[in-house]
Design a binder for this molecule. Sequence first.
Ligand SMILES: Cc1cc2nc3c(=O)[nH]c(=O)nc-3n(C[C@H](O)[C@H](O)[C@H](O)COP(=O)(O)O)c2cc1C
Length: 348
Amino acid sequence: MPHELFGTPVIAAPMAGGTSTPAFVEAVHRAGGLGFLAAGYKSVAAMQAEVRTIRESGARFGMNVFVPDPAQLRPSAAVLAELEDYRLQLRADARRYGVELPQLRLDDDDEWQGKIDVLLADPLELVSFAFGLPGLDVVRALQRAGSAVLATVTTAAEAVHAAEQGVDALVVQHTSAGAHSAAFLPAPGAQPGGPQPVGTTAELLAEVRSAVDLPLVAAGGIMDAAGLDAVLRAGAAAAQLGTAFLRTDESGARQLHKDALADPHFTRTRLTRAFTGRQARALENEFVRDHPEAPVVYPAVHHLTAPLRAAAAAAGDAERLNLWAGSGWRQAQAGPVADVVHGLLAGR
Ligand SMILES: Cc1cc2nc3c(=O)[nH]c(=O)nc-3n(C[C@H](O)[C@H](O)[C@H](O)COP(=O)(O)O)c2cc1C
């Protein structure tokens, strides 16, 4: 029996940056899964426009919001100096495309309060958060408005913090996951902001399960029915998949990104801060190799590299684009979203 919060064991991850369009989320719903829209990097107005579109389709959906980190929005003088150094490093990349690097932008909280206000005024069924915890007051207010609230965690310690805020469920994200790590506590023995390397996704899930009593959604490296089975057997209420959907027809990912995922030239994924200042798993390309060290300042680095990424995309240069990919990327298949969802649900 699928968990009542989700109604299906297959959740398509919210994928900010253009992948999770309303058409994609609708296709996931029609195929028997549950999709999330991604509010990240969007204005409040753009988020509302996507909600209107998906509502017209009649599809069930959730909304995912990035939690700003106040410390990274007010970096120390030492971190600011690192940022300036990184800016200098990026000048060669800028010259390559003839683009200007922008002034540092340090105050971008992704319109946090505006998004929360809208979610309270016009509530949705499911709201998930990543990169931090929304705070007890926000969790309670959203729940009073009628939403179920999910927080994303990467360790058992983070899960305990999230449970203390009274959330309804957790997304448990393993380090094999594509794109940004949602980590918000420094993991023991790891760099601040980097995910702790714990066994498999199912093992991390079991560890979190012994620390908190909440419905858990497993995320990271789940690419097929066997992967789904493994996390469900470990006690997951559902699985959240990103990379498995990236190449689908309805995915809004750039064609360059879709093609790179199928290109044998790329041989591994790596965690990198080079593009945004926050650890993220991407196909290893020249940009990742050229910039092994980037300061821990998100989203300031994201804004700094934005013109470079735009220029790389326009030039069709996959070597300098953020090619987000989880460790199971080789199994990502092209074709309709429905084929991926049906493949996952086969035999259930
Ligand atoms: C292109 C891309 C964009 C993502 N954007 C978001 C996002 O906006 N919010 C979020 O909570 N997770 C985001 N994720 C992470 C997913 O929620 C999930 O943790 C991850 O995709 C699971 O690992 P997998 O990619 O191996 O399936 C993104 C993942 C990808 C691949």
